[in-house]
Design a protein around this ligand. Structure first.
Ligand SMILES: *[C@@H]1O[C@H](CO)[C@@H](O)[C@H](O)[C@H]1NC(C)=O
Ligand SMILES: *[C@@H]1O[C@H](CO)[C@@H](O)[C@H](O)[C@H]1NC(C)=O
Ligand SMILES: *[C@@H]1O[C@H](CO)[C@@H](O)[C@H](O)[C@H]1NC(C)=O
Ligand SMILES: *[C@@H]1O[C@H](CO)[C@@H](O)[C@H](O)[C@H]1NC(C)=O
Length: 439
């Protein structure tokens, strides 16, 4: 592995050198971090980001997948690029992609269809479908940042990604052509970009709930400055990222660990009162079942049935004590309330606070009204959690609505998550990055 890695680094380095001959100023610049906008799609509630790829350069929209293992794009439709290169079998890039598979496509050669190519399994978790796809390299262009504004564009000449077929786009936000995986493995965007630019293997997401103003994704370390001049990286609480010993991917080989991000929720409190839970469900069993993960492809937090029941019962009781009355559920939510008697606060509707207690009772991810509640109309607001049934693979999946306006920084080198809790308490939001370029 070590020697494979150094070969990769070398080839990227060589490529930089040859580019240097023509555009010296641009390529000798080394960014300390990169920034991407992340726009919530109103129809699907997916988070969509934009990158530039190929020669000539095209801008593509892809759905963000925190647990995804790489960038995959539809190569069957409209993939035109003079710099596209399939990754051959048994090369260092192929082992970096975690693959030892070798395939031949029998149709006429084109992007996504070549012979002697390294294969992986691009996955669309929205429709729970994986299929085989060719590993390839092409130019990827991103935007650097000083932490406050977008700066000049930077290029990764041979970014490794996978080709998917057009049908794998089913269920994805309109106008998107693939998914951008941010998982912990080597060819996911965080590690590949960190090694291309020699910065820390850290990245941060700050999702906006607005379907008009984008949130932000940073690769590299902070500052992550949000208007009015608040460094969201300065007030993080840290917890360990846990490794699920059994892969959660659609297709994987025996013995493979999960590349997704799990944290150790030990208990849950509603209005500061512990909820009685079957704690066995909070850790992994020998098949990797159980535990808590973070997901950007689930719009709302999904709780295993008995946890859902316990948390919602506690929430209903505590709400009743505040004279907040329950009304009929509105799908997909079962627990809804009249908005009468619900005051508005800086942190959203004034409802009982839900705390995810982590390694000890002082390390708490607090969920306030803006992250727990969803207004379905002016008169009704619902608890934005859904029932995941009785035998889900993962007991707690913290979903998009609960992540919005929270900064989450993932440090892959130390396997640590930094989380801010609601930035609304610091008088800013994830839509407050200043996207005016200073390039
Ligand atoms: C793919 O085709 C090459 C010749 O082009 C052949 O040598 C190789 O064995 C084939 N591989 C598979 C897996 O069929
Ligand atoms: C707790 O959950 C585990 C795992 O699903 C199950 O085997 C066990 O029976 C549960 N315990 C109780 C008391 O329900
Ligand atoms: C709830 O309503 C009752 C009766 O109207 C009132 O006595 C009580 O003070 C209210 N409680 C709160 C927390 O507002
Ligand atoms: C955003 O950044 C630009 C460029 O630095 C600056 O001119 C502008 O004042 C900033 N906007 C706000 C609201 O601070």
């Amino acid at each position: 592995m070590a020697s494979a890695l150094s070969v990769i680094t070398l080839s990227i380095f060589l490529c930089f050198c040859s580019l240097n001959l023509s555009i010296d100023a641009q390529t000798s610049f080394r960014p300390r971090a990169l920034v991407l906008p992340v726009q919530k799609d109103a129809a699907t509630l997916q988070y969509v980001t934009k990158v530039s790829q190929r020669t000539p350069t095209v801008s593509i929209n892809v759905v963000l997948d925190l647990g995804g293992r790489f960038l995959w794009v539809d190569c069957d439709n409209n993939y035109v690029s003079s710099t596209y290169r399939p990754v051959r079998c048994r090369t260092s890039q192929c082992s970096l992609a975690g693959s030892d598979s070798c395939g031949n496509c029998t149709d006429a050669p084109k992007p996504g269809c070549n012979t002697n190519v390294c294969g992986v399994f691009p996955e669309n978790p929205i429709i729970r479908t994986s299929t085989s796809g060719e590993v390839a390299q092409d130019v990827l262009i991103l935007t650097s940042t000083d932490g406050s504004n977008p700066g000049r564009p930077v290029t990764v000449p041979q970014f490794i990604f996978a080709c998917g077929p057009t049908f794998l786009l089913q269920g994805l936000a309109s106008g998107t052509v693939g998914m951008a995986g941010l998982a912990r493995n080597r060819i996911a965007l965080p590690s590949q970009l960190a090694s291309a630019f020699s910065f820390h293997r850290k990245f941060a997401i700050c999702l906006s709930g607005s379907t008009n103003s984008p949130g932000v994704l940073f690769f590299g370390d902070g500052p992550y400055n949000l208007l009015p001049n608040i460094d969201a990286s300065s007030s993080l609480t840290y917890t360990r990222l846990l490794i699920n010993p059994v892969s959660t991917a659609g297709v994987f080989s025996q013995g493979e660990k999960s590349d997704e991000y799990f944290i150790g929720v030990k208990s849950i409190r509603v209005n500061n009162k512990p909820v009685s839970l079957n704690t066995t469900l909070l850790s992994f069993d020998s098949n990797g079942v159980g535990g808590t993960k973070i997901s950007t492809v689930n719009p709302y937090t999904v709780l295993e049935s008995s946890i859902f029941k316990a948390v919602t019962e506690a929430f209903i009781t505590e709400s009743a004590a505040r004279n907040i009355s329950r009304v009929a559920g509105v799908a997909p939510f079962e627990v809804c309330f009249s908005s009468q008697n619900v005051a508005s606060t800086r942190l959203g509707p004034a409802v009982p606070q839900i705390d995810l207690v982590l390694q000890n009772s002082n390390v708490v991810w607090s969920i306030f009204g803006s992250n727990s509640m969803v207004y379905v109309n002016d008169n009704v607001l619902c608890l934005g959690f859904v029932d995941g049934g009785s035998n889900p693979r993962t007991s707690i999946v913290i979903g998009g609505h609960q992540l919005e306006d929270n900064l989450l920084q993932f440090d892959l080198a130390t396997s640590r998550l930094g989380f801010s809790s609601s930035l609304l308490g610091s008088r800013t939001t994830c839509a407050n990055f200043n996207f005016t370029s200073v390039a």
